[in-house]
Design a binder for this molecule. Structure first.
Ligand code: SAH
Length: 462
């Protein structure tokens, strides 16, 4: 993110706009909605700007720009119809330490104006860092159609109700939960269409039935394979109401973004072959935070119940008498299979599929290789990149077919996804050749359904 989106208080601040033509008019259309003092410097102004002047929305100095115009201003818009002149003014402003915007010249700008959906005081701003104004406009049009015009009024009503709710529920985290439940994310758009009266009575009813409690709890939440679209609704809701989010290395940023900004984020990830937070320490963090009365989300990649050490954490929570719940997630084997269009079980072919780990506490994990090497056996291997040579050797030693198709899906569901389709005899060689480092799932016995339609790098036939 190169541009920082912030909402700056412009009440009574002076904004200088140099220019009186269509470029200045475009900037002013947004600026007149603010409470800033707008000063236009230009020998001539358009009819629209003249109209705003007659409505006292701006002050007009009818002359050319002079450098002393830059005194005591907060923002500068260089919006004459001349690019060179705009760049020159922008430079002068910047030398004085001002934030400048030069019309239509991204490189000469300190800030750019996002597309806005204005339901004041609710403002949605959409920025593309100047890459694609048309995309920003398309998103804006979509949101314009969805967000009711009464949204601003609703926000003001909520603001008034907040004081009452605060009196009834002094704890911040409980209060946040209270409001999260008022807008629980399910069909939010239709909820936003409630009238002010309905909302007020909903809040009063909920306040009356509110029970005081000081108990925090822990929810083990599956973050899925990384693509935030694959997060469950329950996971989103839990993240939204969490005071503390304790997360692993493979949890993606897009998923973490569902947490509130004010939540406390604690990283307890394990770098491959590097530093890790001992399980006992993770357990201690969960217990300590829950005992403080906080709502804790323990966020794990995929499904917390598959190679996620969920049981160890649940044991520790039970011993400490802390309430817990579990929200399952999409495990990476499912995501990997979906990406290659392969069914994990196929009628008439395999009645079972094994989920294996390449590593265990002792190193490379041993398995029932004979069963796995048998004709028709299928497996999805987690944490198997480093162990691929070992797995390959063990399976071949136990009589597996060297032409057995193996598909490796790295970063399943994420933008960086790579699919490598190979055979058992070439497995570790192709993993190295394609630079697969993980996280990856090795799908033993599975080929991409349609080789032509997938973006894999090698086909099994090669
Ligand atoms: N609980 C997780 C597994 C955690 S073990 C789950 O259900 O998916 C970590 C292993 O998961 C990684 O070594 C890798 O094998 C696999 N993994 C996690 N995210 C992945 C992804 N996006 N693509 C492929 N494999 C992934």
């Amino acid at each position: 993110m190169r541009y920082l989106p912030i909402h700056v208080d412009m009440k009574d601040a002076k904004i200088l706009i140099i220019g009186g033509g269509s470029a200045a008019e475009a900037k002013l259309r947004t600026l007149i909605e603010t409470e800033a003092n707008l000063c236009v410097v230009a020998p001539e102004i358009s009819d629209e700007i003249a109209r705003w002047k007659s409505q006292n929305k701006l002050v007009w100095n009818q002359r050319d720009f002079v450098p002393s115009d830059l005194k005591a201003v907060r923002l500068v818009y260089a919006a004459t119809e001349d690019d060179e002149e705009n760049a020159r003014i922008a430079n002068l402003g910047r030398e004085k330490g001002l934030l400048v915007n030069a019309a239509d010249q991204k490189d000469a700008c300190d800030f750019i104006t996002p597309a806005l959906v204005d339901r004041s005081p609710v403002i949605v701003s959409i920025g593309t860092e100047g890459t694609s104004p048309s995309l920003a406009r398309a998103i804006k049009t979509d949101l314009e159609a969805r967000l009711p015009h009464s949204l601003g009024k609703l926000a003001n009503i909520i603001n008034e109700l907040r004081a009452k709710v605060k009196l009834k529920i002094p704890s911040l985290s409980e209060r946040q939960l209270f409001w999260a439940e008022i807008f629980d994310g399910k069909d939010l758009l239709s909820q936003l269409r409630v009238s002010g009266e309905e909302l007020t009575s909903r809040v009063s009813r909920k306040m009356n039935s509110h029970k005081d409690s000081n108990n925090g709890g822990v929810c083990l939440v599956g973050a899925g394979p990384g693509n935030p679209d694959l997060l469950t609704l329950a996971a989103r809701q839990k993240l939204h109401s969490a005071d503390v989010i304790v997360y692993d290395r493979l949890v993606s940023k897009g998923v973490l973004d569902f947490g509130r900004r004010e939540a406390e984020y604690i990283y307890v990830g394990k770098e491959p072959g590097g530093k890790s937070t001992p399980q006992s320490e993770i357990n201690a963090i969960l217990i300590e935070k829950a005992l403080e009365g906080l709502t804790v989300v323990r966020l794990k990649s995929g499904d917390p119940l598959i190679f996620g050490r969920a049981d160890e954490e649940v044991d520790a929570l039970e011993i400490s008498g802390i309430s817990y719940s579990i929200v399952p997630g999409i495990t990476s084997a499912s995501a990997a299979a979906a990406e290659i269009g392969a069914s994990l079980t196929t009628r008439g072919h395999n009645k079972a599929v094994s989920l294996l780990t390449g590593h265990d506490a002792k190193g490379f994990a041993e398995h029932d290789w004979k069963t796995l090497a048998a004709k028709g056996a299928r497996a999805a291997v987690y944490m198997g990149v480093g162990a691929s040579g070992f797995i390959q050797g063990r399976l071949l030693m136990h009589g597996a077919d060297k032409h057995l198709v193996v598909t490796v899906v790295e970063n399943a569901s994420r933008a960086e996804q790579i699919i490598v389709s190979t055979t058992l005899e070439r497995l570790s060689e192709d993993i190295a050749a394609n630079g697969v480092k993980g996280p990856a799932i090795l799908l033993l016995g599975y080929a991409p359904r349609s080789i032509a339609e997938t973006s894999f790098k090698r086909s099994a036939a090669q």
